[in-house]
Design a protein around this ligand. Sequence first.
Ligand code: ZN
Length: 344
Amino acid sequence: MRGLGLLQGCLRRARQRMVPGAVILLYHRVYSPVRDPQLLCVSRANFRAHLEILKKKATLLSMPQLSRFLAAGKLPRRSVVITFDDGYRDNLEEAKPELENYEAPATFFVASGCLGMEREFWSDELERILLSPGRLPRGLELEIGGERFEDDLGDDRVYSEREADCHAGWDVTHPARPTARHRLYEALGKRLREAGRADREEALRALRAWAGEEGSGRPDYHPMTAADLVQLSRSALCEIGSHTLSHPHLASISVREQEAEIAGSKTQLEGILNRRICGFSYPYGGKADYDAQSLSSVRKAGFEWACSNFPGLARRENDRFELPRHLVRNWEGARFARFLSRWL
Ligand SMILES: [Zn+2]
């Protein structure tokens, strides 16, 4: 297998020399959390190390620049684009100052219906409720979109600080689920992801009541406000794109809902920022997370290009409405440099 991997790497590099393609990086947060089961956070020190390497080894482009180069069929060598999804507040507070220090452009795709929501994104809330140390009721019964969801935490209803510390490094790519809480986190996360917005919100209300949770959660996990977004967009380095209104799993909702989520977000962002919004990224972004209807709604809404979430190089022959992107993890500089050298 290793031999095959090396051969593929050689072929990719040979093709890259003849027909250059761009690497589009996908970040979510610049933040150092206690737990990061979805692997969405990059520490500020690591983000700085990535920028240091990119400034030395790559030609950093904005998404609109890349789009123009792709259309013209002339791409600078070693082109890299930085993007962020979702619209967390740390994009403004932590990422923007570093981007400015390094004069690095970036595009921020924002779930515009979540702007100013004084709550955590639902997946973070689920993580906080289930994976924080403390005591929960043993049995859970919920209704999600008319279907019953039941689980039993057994002895794991009590979860000590020591156990939580011990499993703090767990993430969803690990094959094992160390406790009943982790199994529930994964199963419920999958169900809620595919539920409609109203069903998901109702299930979350029931989950909060079950856990005895109130309040708005961790402020560090809140999305930006509209005023934050305006501030971010004032930097010449920061481009804003759409990531729907409520971050739905597009392939699981109706055609009408998809159109409302996609076109509605464009209209809302253009109203807030008083400028045209040209780019879109699909929530979750894997091939199974959107469908032909999503692609058609994105074109119909008037976007000029859209980003997905699967690895690959962006070349002229790609569909400009399904540009590949590479998820960036909390890698130290050396690991990030190795990743880049495999693709550039
Ligand atoms: Zn997203």
